[in-house]
Design a protein around this ligand. Structure first.
Ligand code: GLN
Length: 560
């Protein structure tokens, strides 16, 4: 029999308590980083207990941005049924940025996928004679999906599984039961349960309150799960007395109560965990070889974020401005690129449903250094976005349009420079006289909405002699897409004469991937999402380009 200490992988299950949105994703990614610091390989699963097959049809206000993977996955719940998945939870963006690894869409498991596959299998006669039940049929399927991810070659040293939501949520019960079974089957030398909770500081009494944590740990224990480590989100590091109290209630030693304090740069978190000894605690629990963590290059990168001393303002006109997470990867890509130039970003959200006239947008844009025209869907806020692009066109504010932003800035050019009144995307105006943005041919017959856009990674051919080519310094790139509509070539041909150039196309040359203005310091629209490929230690050339142009614009603006 194999010595269980040698067996791969070791499992780290991350559960949450008290509230959602306390940074379980960043915590999971940071724990993965602790293992990477020691040279162990990692893979991460995120479980989302909602019934959607994937988050692709969700409004970003619900759970934040939809992250797009490079690879697409054909999910076959049973023979004869297929779903294309490339749209997954935004936490995967955090995982990719922290670990530097590309994730596979099958690493995002939803209740929708699990239930659908069990129910369809029942119709095929897969459970003949039996009652199909949550336990064991749903829980078995969950375990099988987890093992499917594990068994992809090469098997990682560590598998992290983040369970979305908080313990006690009805939807998450089968997943926590599956975790309980895995923990029982494999034992403590191969599994660790890390519970993330909130410890509020009550100013009026000057005290950290541990009661919510006690309750959530109790809920976890009532499900048969004992935390091995409790990670406490709090304004600052917890005092020893609070740690002692929590340790007592959790049945764990004091050093296994780990602080997760407010920090100015999220990439600091793995270093903060390292200081609290979390890496060594987990390595020891798993009986892994004790190695000195190599944090040097990560620390250097974090330092470059901390020492940034200039601030530039980037406007983001769009409609999902009430939730910062709606554009999480964009915010991060901007921050990553700015740090490379020793600068910080201040994002100016502009809700273009309300701010949609030339007058108020001129005012909003009078003290910004650049514009990021956001991705999106549908009619709401569109006129304001087109108006913001028109202002940037005339006043030479640097502009980067992403997907819908690229489409709408092209509409702005068509209306203002070509004088094509009523130019539009057919997503908003099907009867437009100048439909400069229209459905792709393959989309015209598609009725289903989930997983049917042009998705995932595709080759991009960058045209020589363009600004885009200067930024990339190569003829070919590989970028991630998520769109149904596209820029129409016959209109772009005419716009070319007036200075809007096609700067990238797909590998067939049919689909326009990027446009740029010749007579403007920085006006680029891309049909893809470069933000998904930006890494803190390797920012994306397009975001670097925008930041550079914004810094120059800032110098001129401040001089005036
Ligand atoms: N709504 C546009 C399309 O479907 C843009 C999508 C996006 O911004 N991701 O093509």
């Amino acid at each position: 029999m194999l010595d269980s200490m040698q067996e791969k992988p070791k499992f780290v299950f991350v559960t949450g308590g008290v509230l959602s949105g306390i940074g379980k994703g960043v915590t999971t990614a940071s724990i993965a980083k602790l293992f990477q610091f020691r040279g162990f390989s990692v893979r991460i699963i995120k479980i989302d207990p909602y019934l959607n097959i994937d988050p692709g049809t969700l409004n970003p206000i619900e759970h934040g941005e939809v992250f797009v993977t490079d690879q697409t996955w054909t999910f076959r719940p049973v023979d004869g049924f297929e779903f294309t998945i490339s749209e997954i939870d935004l936490d995967f963006g955090t995982y990719e940025r922290f670990t530097g690894m590309d994730v596979h869409p099958s690493q995002n498991i939803t209740s929708g996928q699990i239930y659908l596959s069990v129910i369809l299998e029942e119709r095929k006669g897969g459970f003949l004679g039996r009652t199909v039940q949550i336990i064991p049929h749903i829980t078995d399927r969950i375990k099988q999906r987890i093992w499917d991810v594990v068994e992809k070659d090469p098997i990682p040293d560590i598998l992290l599984v983040e369970i979305g939501g908080t313990v006690g949520d009805i939807e998450a019960m089968p997943f926590l039961e599956a975790v309980r079974q895995i923990v029982r089957e494999l034992g403590r030398a191969r599994t660790a349960v890390v519970h993330v909770t909130l410890v509020p500081y009550i100013k009026s009494v000057g005290e950290f309150k541990t009661k919510p944590t006690q309750h959530s740990v109790r809920t976890l224990q009532s499900l048969g799960l004992q935390p091995d480590v409790t990670i406490c989100r709090a304004e600052s590091r917890l005092p020893e007395s609070a740690k002692e109290k929590i340790a007592l209630f959790c049945n764990i030693p004091n050093e296994r109560v780990i602080s997760n304090p407010d920090i100015p740069v999220i990439y600091q978190l793995p270093l903060s965990f390292e200081e609290e000894g979390l890496g060594d605690i987990l390595v020891e629990q798993f009986g892994l070889e004790s190695r000195t963590p190599n944090t040097e290059s990560w620390s250097k990168m974090v330092e470059s974020f901390e020492t940034a001393n200039e601030t530039i303002v980037i406007a983001m006109p769009g409609k999902y401005t009430t939730l910062g997470d709606s554009y999480k990867s964009i915010n991060q890509a901007l921050t990553d690129a700015a740090a490379a130039y020793n600068a910080r970003i201040e994002i100016r959200w502009i809700e273009t449903e309300e701010r949609n006239t030339d007058e108020c947008l001129k005012e909003d844009l009078s003290d910004v250094d650049g514009i990021l025209l956001t991705p999106g869907f549908g009619e709401r806020g569109v006129e304001g976005m087109i108006c913001a692009a028109s202002i940037a066109l005339k006043s030479k504010i640097p502009l980067l349009g992403i997907c819908y932003g690229a489409q709408l800035s092209t509409v702005a050019f068509a209306r203002n420079v070509m004088n094509w009144k009523g130019a539009h995307t057919t997503e908003v105006d099907v009867d437009s006289l100048y439909p400069v943005v229209d459905l792709m041919d393959e989309q015209k017959l598609t009725e289903d909405k989930g997983g049917t856009m042009r998705l995932g990674g595709h080759d991009v051919r960058i045209i020589k002699g363009t600004k885009l080519h200067d930024l990339y310094g190569t003829d070919m790139a590989h970028e991630r897409f998520r769109h149904r509509y596209h820029l129409i070539g016959r209109y772009l041909k005419k716009m070319d004469e007036k200075g809007l150039k096609v700067s990238a196309v797909d590998s067939t040359g049919r689909i326009i991937n990027a446009v740029e203005l010749t007579d403007h310091p920085f006006w680029i629209g891309v049909q893809y999402h470069p933000e998904f490929k930006s890494r803190p230690d390797n920012p994306h050339p397009l975001y670097l380009g925008l930041i550079r142009a914004a810094l120059e614009y800032n110098k001129m603006r401040v001089k005036k």
